[in-house]
Design a protein around this ligand. Structure first.
Ligand code: NAD
Ligand code: MG
Length: 403
């Protein structure tokens, strides 16, 4: 007789199925058919890619959030036994909060992921959170929803997953947190860590997206190049681990092997290490509290030889400074920062804004857009909309100056 009780098969809603985190999640899930079944898969507009994935994983529902009702597409999915196809953004929240779904991977990029992640939080789901922008924008109401419903929140961002692994208990519920002196988030420094400063003005979107260690979606790749990604992660850590800005530090570590560190009051420092592959934190969160295979090869420190660390250069990476400012200001200021960043990054990727102007658009938007003192969801959404208008105006001004 076996003494181990097989875990119940959990039903997974995958928000952002066609993205980079979506692909890594499906890779891990495919290794554990006894533990996981895909319940719903969502993409914004890429119908062909979603159909392919649904053919393979046979979810009950497929969602195209950026496409309106289309009978022939629905028939394509039905004919391929690829699930019932739903349309529109509202369907994201429905499959995330569905009573038959147990676990939600929130891997939509940007503010567009907030509504469905919040729906999962309100419905008390086990949430695997990759969409850091949801917490940056709405940390306070999001964490309130998690607490009120009894949802379980597990961080997927590699740094926060590392911190979580170095803490004695679950995020947001750690009675020993008082014994934590500080948390150190590591950052690779991106593709321009050592580039001459004068070069930054003319770097192209493809250069900015060529990350030295990680393969990711284009928005987060640009965020890594400006280090806004680390700024967003500082704010994310504030909410996940209930720490103030003074106890969250950033350290550049070009090899991306040490994913983050936690220092305790006795001077002990714990770190989590692995090869840079998102399947590690994804498998950790999917299996938690057990450990499951991720498909990632063993870490060979002998071959790597040296791990280096340096303090971030705020002249090179002004976006990191802006994020700390938004966090200290509080209220809806982080939502303004996030929205302005999304607009600026989109303009940069479209070729209409210089790389170095991204920080200037965000700084200008933070001055213009109201961010108030309230962190209510209404105030946040209003601030987000105002910041998008301010950032678009500023980005347009830069464009016409350049013309
Ligand atoms: P990606 O661009 O590769 O994929 C984005 C996914 O979101 C796609 O499935 C797309 O269809 C969907 N999407 C885009 N716009 C949408 C909208 N308006 N409404 C609904 N769905 C929409 O992005 P990614 O790199 O997988 O990142 C996803 C999230 O995970 C981001 O918040 C990112 O910061 C975070 N994250 C990513 C990594 C990584 O290694 N890629 C690491 C840490 C955190
Ligand atoms: Mg990260």
């Amino acid at each position: 007789m076996s003494l181990t009780v097989p875990a119940r098969t959990r039903r997974l809603t995958l928000l952002g199925a066609t993205g980079s985190i979506g692909a890594s999640t499906l890779d891990v899930v495919s290794r554990h058919p006894d533990r996981y079944r895909v319940f719903a898969m969502c993409a914004h507009t890429s119908a062909g890619a979603l159909l392919e994935l649904c053919r393979r994983h046979r979810p009950r529902y497929a969602v195209l959030s950026g496409v309106s009702e289309d009978r022939s597409l629905r028939k394509d999915f039905a004919d391929a036994s690829a699930g019932e196809l739903l349309f529109g953004a509202k369907a994201l929240g429905e499959v995330a909060a569905h009573p038959d779904c147990d676990v939600v991977m929130a891997a939509i990029v940007g503010a567009a992921g907030l509504g469905s992640a919040l729906a999962a939080a309100r419905a008390g789901k086990r949430i695997l959170l990759a969409n850091k922008e949801a917490l940056v924008m709405a940390g306070e109401p999001f964490m309130q929803a998690v607490r009120a419903s009894g949802a379980t929140l597990l961080p997927i961002d590699s740094e926060h997953n590392a911190v979580f692994q170095c803490l004695p208990q679950a995020a947001g519920a750690d009675p020993a947190r008082a014994s934590v002196r500080r948390v150190v988030l590591t950052a690779s420094g991106g593709p321009f860590r050592a580039a001459p400063l004068a070069r930054l003005e003319s770097v192209t979107p493809d250069e900015a997206c060529a990350h030295p260690n990680w393969v990711m979606g284009r928005k987060i790749s640009v965020d890594s190049a400006t280090m806004m990604n680390k700024g967003l992660e500082v704010i994310e850590a504030r909410w996940l681990f209930d720490l103030d800005a003074e106890r969250i530090e950033v350290l550049v570590h070009p090899q991306s092997i040490v994913h983050s560190l936690v220092e305790y009051v006795d001077g002990s420092v714990l770190a989590q290490l692995s090869n840079p592959d998102m399947r590690v934190p994804i498998a950790h969160a999917l299996g938690f509290p057990e450990r499951i295979e991720s498909g990632v090869r063993s870490l060979d420190l002998g071959a790597i030889g040296q791990l280096a660390f340096e303090r971030p250069d705020l002249q090179r990476f002004p976006c990191l400074q802006l994020a700390y400012e938004a966090l200290r200001k509080g209220g809806a200021a982080p939502a303004v920062l996030n929205a302005a960043n999304e607009i600026a990054v989109r303009a940069f990727l479209a070729g209409s804004l210089r790389f170095t102007e991204i920080a200037r658009v965000i700084a200008g938007s933070m001055e213009i857009a109201a961010s108030g003192s309230s962190g209510s969801l209404e105030a946040i959404l209003e601030a987000d909309a105002g910041a998008r208008r301010a950032a678009s105006t500023l980005a347009e001004r830069f464009r016409s100056q350049a013309a």
